[in-house]
Design a protein around this ligand. Structure first.
Ligand SMILES: NC(=O)c1ccc[n+]([C@@H]2O[C@H](COP(=O)([O-])OP(=O)(O)OC[C@H]3O[C@@H](n4cnc5c(N)ncnc54)[C@H](O)[C@@H]3O)[C@@H](O)[C@H]2O)c1
Length: 328
């Protein structure tokens, strides 16, 4: 099966592509390369063709012959979006729409979209796919807009699949490793769900292998009911993996996001899906990688590994313009 992975050079993309290649999918990547200088470690994986292009400039010609697109290429995470909401809408909403329309025109059957559990925002209840979204940031708003617009595009020839999930243990673990401190802006009481990249990759593989009718226009959360944690609990689990690490919390006026999520539907849509990872296991994996790459304060604070800093750098050096288009 010929699969195009957009955002293939990013945090999730680099690992997802390796999983798909191992499963013998015929993979091509598409990425504009904002963070191409910042590869923390070499996974020594198989080679694959890469189209260096912005989603906003994609045409149906670029997408002819693919059976499926897994779409990750957006400005990832809430702080990047809050920094410049307009550019977030431009890339994350209009770029995604341009890509999806070109995909449909090119006859690509499946379009797997990476949404986020941050669309649940703040809620006292346990949220599921029927809960009305409560996006608190431009990033989360653009995710909701895309989920809805993609659903309207579904027909006999085009099957969008929308997945919601959350990661974020990496930054906390890096701080635990380098600073021996995990500092949270919230008071530690809010709930968040977590899932490992390899479990997300499992959901993508099952989706690509499923008959189109099985996943057609489906929206589901990716994760497990057991992997909802209070932020305080997360900090303590990670601190437990990094000896000598302390935890510090803010007050209740900090980060407002608070959601607990139900993950029952994925088992109906993708029979056999089972999370194999939890936060402790993920933190242990990160610890091993940080030791291998000798992660220190300089690496941790480098622009190369911090999305916001790298985007600011590209703008300040006029390598990209205000719309994040390359100038050269
Ligand atoms: N990391 C998370 O915690 C998380 C959680 C839920 C959903 N997601 C979603 O998963 C996707 C991938 O996340 P990530 O953490 O790997 O992000 P990332 O920032 O590491 O990677 C995104 C990649 O997309 C590329 N890109 C960005 N804008 C582009 C454009 N206009 N045209 C072409 N390429 C472009 C970047 O160069 C980068 O390589 C995103 O859509 C993100 O919103 C991520």
């Amino acid at each position: 099966m010929k699969v195009l992975v957009t955002g293939s050079e990013g945090y999730i993309g680099t690992r997802l592509v390796q999983v798909l290649l191992d499963k013998e999918f015929d993979v091509t990547g598409l990425d504009t390369g904002y963070y191409e200088e910042g590869h923390l470690y070499d996974m020594k994986g198989a080679e694959y063709p890469l189209i260096k292009k912005d989603t906003r400039a994609v045409t149906p010609e670029d997408l002819k012959g693919f059976d499926a697109i897994v779409h990750l290429a957006e400005l990832s995470n809430d702080p990047v979006g809050q920094n410049d909401p307009e550019i977030t809408f431009e890339i994350n909403h209009r770029g995604t729409m341009k890509l999806a329309e070109a995909a449909k025109a090119a006859g690509v059957r499946k379009f797997v979209y990476f949404s986020s559990c941050s669309i649940y925002g703040a809620s006292e209840q346990v949220s599921d796919e029927n809960t009305t979204p409560n996006p608190l940031t431009a990033y989360a708003q653009s995710k909701v807009m895309n989920e809805q617009a993609l659903s309207k595009m579904a027909d006999d020839t085009f099957s969008p699949v929308r997945m919601r999930f959350d990661l974020v243990v990496n930054d906390l673990a890096a701080s635990a490793h380098v600073n021996k401190l995990i500092k949270m802006s919230s008071d530690g009481t809010p709930w968040r769900p977590f899932v490992h990249i390899m479990d997300v990759a499992q959901a993508v593989v099952l989706t690509l292998n499923a008959p189109a009718e099985q996943v057609h226009n489906k929206l589901f959360n990716v994760g497990s009911n057991d992997n909802n944690y209070q932020v305080r609990n997360i900090a303590e689990i990670i601190a437990g993996v990094f000896p000598g690490c302390k935890t510090e919390f803010g007050d209740s006026t900090g980060d407002k996001r608070n959601y607990r999520v139900k993950f029952d539907k994925i088992k109906e849509v993708l029979p056999g899906f089972e999370c194999k990872w939890n936060v402790k296991k993920g933190a242990e994996e990160l610890k091993q990688i940080f030791e291998e790459v000798k992660m220190d304060s300089e690496v941790y604070h480098s622009r190369l590994y911090t999305r916001l800093k790298q985007i600011e750098y590209l703008k300040n050096e006029h390598k990209v313009d205000d719309h994040l288009n390359w100038t050269v």
